[in-house]
Design a protein around this ligand. Sequence first.
Ligand code: C2E
Ligand code: SIN
Ligand code: SIN
Ligand code: FE
Ligand code: FE
Length: 710
Amino acid sequence: MTVFVTDITERRHFEEELSRQNSQLESVHQISIGLTAELNLEKLLESITTHASELLKSSGGGIYLYREDQDKLELAVAIGTQKPIAGNFLERGEGLSGKVWELGKPLTVEDYETWEGRAAVYNSISFKAVVGAPILRGEEFLGVLTLMAEPPKKFSQHDVALLELYAVHAAVAIHNARLYQNVQSRMNQLEMLYETSKTLSGQYDLNVLLQSIVDSARKLLRSSTSGMYLVSNNALRLTKVTEAGYPVGAYLRFGEGMAGRVAQTRLPIRVDDYSSWEGHASIYNGIPIHAVIEVPMLYKGELIGVLTADESGSSKRKFTEEDEHLLTLFASQAAGAIHSARLYSETRRRAQEFAGLYETTLDLSLQLDLSTVLTKIIERAKKLLDALCSSISLYDPTQANLELVASIGPDLPPGTRRQLGDGLAGRVAESRSPIIIDDYSKWEFRSTLYEKIPYGSMLGVPLLYSGHLLGVLDVAEIKPSSRVFNEADMRLLSLFAGQAASAIENAKLFDSLQNSHEELSLAYDATIEGWSRAMDLRDKETEGHTQRLVKRTLEIAERMGISQQELIHVRRNVLLHDMGKLGVPDHILLKPGALSAEEWKIMRQHPTHAYEMLSFVEYLKPALDIPYCHHEKWDGSGYPRGLKEKNIPLVARLFAVVDVWDALRSDRPYRPAWSVEQTRAYIIEQSGRQFDPHVVEIFLKMLDESPDPL
Ligand code: C2E
Ligand code: SIN
Ligand code: SIN
Ligand code: FE
Ligand code: FE
C-alpha cells in the first residue's frame, strides 16, 4: 500500500491506519488459530463468517461451499441477512460468488441491487455493498466467503485484501474440519459396523440374520436398497432385499449381471447407472436402478455370496471408493456371521437327527420280519441323511459275495450280486470301513455295473454285527444334485448302521426260528391229521366227517370274530375233539344199541382222557378246549365238569352245535341218521339248554347261507 505523507494529521492518520491494519492482521492470525481448533464443520463455517463480518465491520455474510458431485456452489452458512439456505445453489459464473469462483480472485460490488451480474435467487433481497473472496487451499477451490454492508459503508481495497488473506486461513481450517469429520464419520461407521457384527454373531436364526445383514448394509451406506445373493447350486440366488419389488428367489449364473461378475472375479464392482450398464441382468428389467455397488462375501476364501447396495428412484448419488471399502469390510463380517449361523443350524439339525435316530432304532427293534426291516432301514437312512437314494446289499458268506436286497432311487434290480471289492459297496465290504465319494462318475473304483446311473456323491458304511459283516448300507445323490456327503454325515450313518445291523441280525434270527417253527408245525399237523384219520376209521365214521366238522367250525368261528392266529388252533382242536375215545374200548364204542349205565360211565370219560393225553404235549395245550369241553352244556348239565354258559370256552360252545348237528345227520351203530328238519328242530329246541343261544342263532344263519351237504 502506497501512501503519501503530506502533513502531521495525515501522518497520524496514516500511523493509525497502519496500526489498525496491523491489529487486523494480528486478529486474522489470532482468529485463524481459534478457527483451526474448531473441528465441527458447521460451527466452523459459522464462526468464520462471524469473525470475518466483525473484522470488516459488515452487516452480514455467508459461505458458499463447492460441491464437487454437482459442480456447483451451495450456500452452507449465512448470518445477519435473510439468505435462503436450503437449495441455494449457484453455477460457475452466476452471481458474485459464481464470478469469484470463475475468476479465482476476490470481487466487490458497490450496489448489488442494481448490479447486472446479480443472482436470480437474490432478486427479492436488497444488498448494497458486497464483497467475496475465494476460499483456496493452494490450488484447491473450497468455496467463496462473502460479506455485505449497509451504506455508507463500502468495501475498500484494503478490506478486499484482508478478506482474501482471511479466506486462506479459513480454507486451512475448513480442510482440517473436513478431514476430521471424515475420520469421525468413518469411526462412527466402524463403530456401527462393530455393533452390527456383534448383533450378527449372536444371531443364529439364519433368516433373521440375513434380513439384519441387508438392513445394516443399507443403513451403513445410507443407500435406497441393499440386497444379498447366496451361492446355491453353483449359481447366485437373490435371497434378501430390503425393499419390495425386487426379484427375490431369482438366480444369476456366475458371470451373469453384476453379482455374477463379482462372484467370478471376487472383486467389488461399482456402476454409476445400472439401467444403462452393458452387463445389465434381465431379472432387473423394469426396475429403476441407478448407482450400484456390489462386493463379494468371503469367508476364509470361500465365496458365500454377494452383498449389494443400490440407489433407485430419482437419486443421483454415485458410490465412492470409500463406500466400497466400507461395504467390503462389512461383507466379510456378514460372511462370518452367515457361516456361524449355518454351522449352528447344522449342529441343531444333527441333534434333531440323533433324536430321530433314537426313535428309528426303537421302531426298528420292534420289527421282526427281515424284508420289512430292510425296507425300513433304507427309508430311515434316506430320511436321516436327507439323501435322494439309499440301498442295502447283504453279504452272503456261502458265496462270499454281496446281494443287493433293497433300494430307493435308481439302482440295479434286487438280487444283483457283486464280488467284494467291486464298486462302493464292494469296497466298503472288503475294507469294513465307511467310504465317502464326492462324485461317483469320476471315482476311479466305480463299478461298471453302475455306469448308466448318474450318481453324484455317495456314502457307504458297513453293517457289522459283533464283528461280522452283514452287508453294506449306502446313501447317494443323483445328478444334478451337487450335495457332497461329509464326515458328519458319515458318523451319523455309521451310528445308524450299528442299530440297523442288530435289527437285521434279530430279524434273521427270528426268520430262521420262524422257519424251523413252521417246519415243526407242519410235522405236528401231519401227525394230528394222521391220528384223526385213525380215530375216524376206528369209529367207523363216514368218510369226511372230521373234515366237515373242521370246515363248519372254522366257518362259524370266523363269523364270530376269532382271529386267524387262533383258527390254526381251532383246526387242531377239531381234529382232536374225540381223541379221548381212544380210551373207550371197542365193545362200548362200537355197540349197535343203547349203552348201559356202566358203559355210559366209561363213554363219558372220553373228554377227560383227551385232557390227560394232550395236556402233556406243550404245543397241543392250545388245542385242548374242544377235546376237553365239547360235551359241556350251556345249562351246566354237561360233562366232565358241568361248566355253565360262558365258563365253557367259546370254541367248545361253537363246536358242540356243529358236532351234534353232524352226529344226528349221520348213521350211528345205535340209530340211523336224522333228517335236516328233525335235526334243525332239535338244535333250536336245545338252544339255551344244551347250546349257547347266540351260537345257535349264528349257526342257523350260516346253514341258510350254505346248506348242509349231507
Ligand atoms: P356221537 O355219536 O359223536 O354223538 C355226539 C353227540 O351228539 C352226543 O353226545 C349227543 O349230544 C348227540 N347225539 C348223537 N346221537 C344222538 C341221538 O340219537 N339223540 C340225541 N338226542 N343226541 C344225539 P353224547 O350224548 O354225550 O354222546 C357221546 C358219544 O357217546 C357219542 O358220540 C357216541 O359215540 C356215544 N354214544 C352216545 N349214545 C350212544 C348209544 O346209545 N349207543 C352207543 N353205542 N354209543 C352212544
Ligand atoms: C452472490 O454471490 O451472488 C450473492 C451474494 C451473497 O453471497 O450474499
Ligand atoms: C451302490 O452301492 O448303490 C452303487 C455304487 C457302488 O456300489 O459302486
Ligand atoms: Fe365226544
Ligand atoms: Fe364226534
